[in-house]
Design a protein around this ligand. Structure first.
Ligand code: ADP
Ligand code: MG
Length: 319
């Protein structure tokens, strides 16, 4: 696999997915969602893994190992949140830069442990290596489903309202990407309140991540209202620096780690009227039958949005 093949990260994952065994005994949900779901003697267990690399997802020299540990745990917690699951156990594998290996490992551990403690996660194992390369850390997180089941990317329906749980964009500009606030509690409260349809966490950027929901839900479309897409102060700050409009940052930057979900009109109205305690909600658009993503401006005109979120096989490092 090389970048010239033009396959892209998502094309590659699709390639792997087509070759993965189907109909595996005990597999409730395979490749293609924020977590896999396996059925262990009647209990639904969620599994996810995310790897972070120095120079790609963080800069160790500037950010320090504790921030890296916090992010490594946080991004995985966010994937469990995206399923409306309860995170439980973590396994951590590290490739430490030789020379400062012990100091880095201790810092990483502190950052991970604090984040894990906040969300009731136990660190139960892992693997430690040192080499002459940069720091790489991979966290595998396991969780459980609640009585409401898991929320998949593939359950959006025409007419659903689309929500996000917080302001978007500019997360790389001032280092917010290092401090993800996984919406675990919020996801559980939402799933408790109403029958949600599709859900994903915003790691690649709204245009890409909502695009995954649309694709997985059978090739649907969405119309977003530019005036109500919540734009983070970091997106405005970034916009002043690079001249790219704040809404473009909000749609594409990624690593906001907010939730994006869809809900049928009745449930959406109930949520809008009475959001669960402590949950911020922005109703930003609607799912439509015609494929593609459209942005409706204040003048009522719609323009297509190209999914320009982050793709590991294509993009230069945003850091
Ligand atoms: P997320 O952004 O939520 O972490 P990804 O875009 O990384 O999700 O991955 C999308 C899906 O592809 C997930 O179901 C993930 O488990 C799966 N996946 C990613 N890389 C691989 C791989 N190398 N082999 C098998 N499955 C993979
Ligand atoms: Mg995800």
């Amino acid at each position: 696999m090389n970048e010239e093949s033009g396959m892209g990260e998502f094309g590659l994952i699709e390639w792997i997915r087509r070759r993965a065994a189907g109909g595996v005994d005990g597999l409730a949900l395979g490749i293609g969602d924020d977590c896999a779901v396996v059925d262990f003697q009647g209990a639904q267990v969620l599994v996810t893994a995310d790897m972070l690399m120095d120079g790609r997802h963080f800069r160790l020299a500037e950010d320090g190992p504790e921030a890296v540990g916090r992010k490594a745990m946080g991004v995985n917690l966010s994937d469990v949140a995206a399923m409306a699951g309860v995170p439980r156990f973590a396994v951590v594998a590290v490739a430490l830069p030789r020379g400062a290996a012990v100091e880095v490992a201790k810092g990483l551990h502190e950052g991970m442990r604090r984040m894990a403690d906040r969300f009731g996660v136990s660190l139960i194992g892992g693997d430690t290596n040192a080499w002459d390369g940069p720091l790489v850390i991979s966290v595998t997180l396991m969780g459980t489903a609640t009585e409401h089941g898991v929320r998949k990317r593939s359950d959006a329906k025409v007419g659903d309202a689309i929500f996000v749980t917080g302001p978007l964009g500019g997360s790389f500009f001032r280092g917010r990407h290092l401090r993800p606030e996984p919406r675990v509690v919020e996801a559980l409260a939402l799933a408790d309140a109403v029958p949600l349809h599709a859900m994903i966490d915003l790691s690649d950027g709204l245009s890409s991540d909502l695009g995954h929901i649309l694709e997985e839900s059978g090739g649907l479309g969405a119309v977003l209202d530019a005036s109500v897409v919540p734009i983070h102060a970091d997106a405005h700050a970034h916009s002043l620096a690079d001249g790219v409009s704040p809404i473009v940052h909000a749609l594409n930057d990624g690593e906001d780690f907010e939730l994006c979900f869809t809900a049928p009109p009745d449930a959406a109205d109930a949520l809008s009227a009475t959001p669960p305690d402590g949950v911020r909600l922005h109703r930003i658009g609607v799912i439509v039958e015609s494929p593609g993503l459209l942005l409706r401006g204040t003048d009522g005109r719609t323009t297509p949005i190209e999914a320009r979120g982050f793709d590991h096989m294509k993009g230069p490092s945003p850091r």
